[in-house]
Design a binder for this molecule. Structure first.
Ligand SMILES: [Zn+2]
Length: 339
């Protein structure tokens, strides 16, 4: 669970801090260019063009590194512009000396033994060697390496952590630029649940997700890209995934799942580079996070025609194609429409 801290601020200091914060947020937005990704309402959803995931924004606490005059607030603005210019943790390397025990090392650094044990894969059979280097974060929690198809939001949800807090302690200012293999500090956990392996374990649960699931349909098409489905349609960790994610290398062809007319081709917030094709009868298909769109609005495309290249743009971790089908505007399970 999160440690919550309460801070008492001198009122005048609060106003000054708030003013600084406001100014720097404007500057940050301008510099970043990708405004959509920073909107508070977007932070909760993997794909932001449909904003229906307006959960309660929970309060958060900051890292131990808290004497920076940072406000405790539930405002994304404050979070993104606070004065934390470095990560909220460090990696400590401790060289084992004669007589060291994990308990003593933990107490020296004021962290839990479990942080050292889990960070170094220590088991009851492990014997510490003098001169051995142990590495662990400077506050309780673990380092996790992001895998293909995973994102920070899922990681936070799955580990009962707070998305904003992960941004702050890891000093992440543009979550949309995270790469596979990026090291993320997850505070206060003794074991990190991996979104991709948790997803595999719960396949049945996702398969039974009821979200306009529908049965057999007569209108079908083909898979838009070659790859592995890294995330299915429907409920995952308390919110709805409006399509499927197909993990594939950047540059892999994305093809039209069925013939139709391009009604959108461009940048769309969390979707990154997005192509929307209208197939008539109220059916539309969405292809998101592309590295490049290859068709223009108004073009007619044939089933199987290359329309884009797989990428990692928008709110995405690792290259993948987010594929949606909407019927009269409502997302449906694309797999029911693939033959
Ligand atoms: Zn997706």
């Amino acid at each position: 669970m999160l440690k919550r801290k309460k801070w008492v601020f001198d009122y005048s200091a609060l106003i000054i801090t708030a003013t600084l914060t406001f100014t720097s947020f404007a500057a940050y937005k301008q510099k970043n260019g990708n405004k959509e990704a920073l909107e508070p309402s977007n932070r909760l959803s993997h794909d932001t063009a449909v904003k229906e995931d307006e959960d309660t924004i929970s309060p958060f606490s900051l890292s131990e590194d808290s004497d920076k005059g940072v406000l405790v607030s539930n405002s994304t603005e404050n979070l993104l512009t606070n004065k934390v210019d470095k990560k909220g943790y460090e990696i400590i390397t401790h060289i084992v000396k004669a007589g060291d025990t994990v308990e003593e090392i933990a107490s020296t650094y004021n962290i839990k033994t479990s942080t050292i044990i889990a960070s170094n894969n220590i088991t009851s059979k492990t014997i510490l060697q003098v001169g051995q280097a142990l590495q662990f974060p400077s506050s309780d929690g673990l380092i996790y390496e992001l895998k293909a198809g995973e994102n920070l939001w899922d990681l936070a949800q799955l580990n009962d952590s707070d998305y904003d807090r992960l941004l702050v302690v890891n000093n992440i200012k543009s979550p949309e630029t995270l790469q596979i293999g990026e090291k993320i500090f997850v505070p206060d956990v003794e074991k990190v649940k991996s979104p991709s392996s948790e997803f595999k374990r719960n396949t049945n649960q996702y398969a039974s997700a009821s979200y306009s699931r529908g049965g057999k349909v007569s209108f079908t098409g083909i898979m838009p890209t070659q790859g592995t489905i890294s995330s299915k349609f429907g409920k995952r960790w308390g919110r709805q995934h409006k399509g499927i994610d197909i993990a594939a290398n950047t540059g892999t062809k994305v093809v039209a799942f069925q013939s139709g007319k391009v009604t959108f081709s461009g940048w769309n917030g969390g979707y990154g580079n997005l192509v929307i094709i209208d197939h008539g009868n109220g059916i539309q298909s969405y292809y998101a996070h592309n590295s490049k769109n290859l068709v223009q609005k108004g073009s007619s495309v044939q089933k199987g025609e290359v329309i884009a290249k797989v990428g990692n743009t928008g709110n995405s971790t690792g290259p993948h194609c987010h594929f949606e089908i909407r019927v009269n505007g409502t997302p449906v399970n694309p797999l029911n429409y693939i033959n």
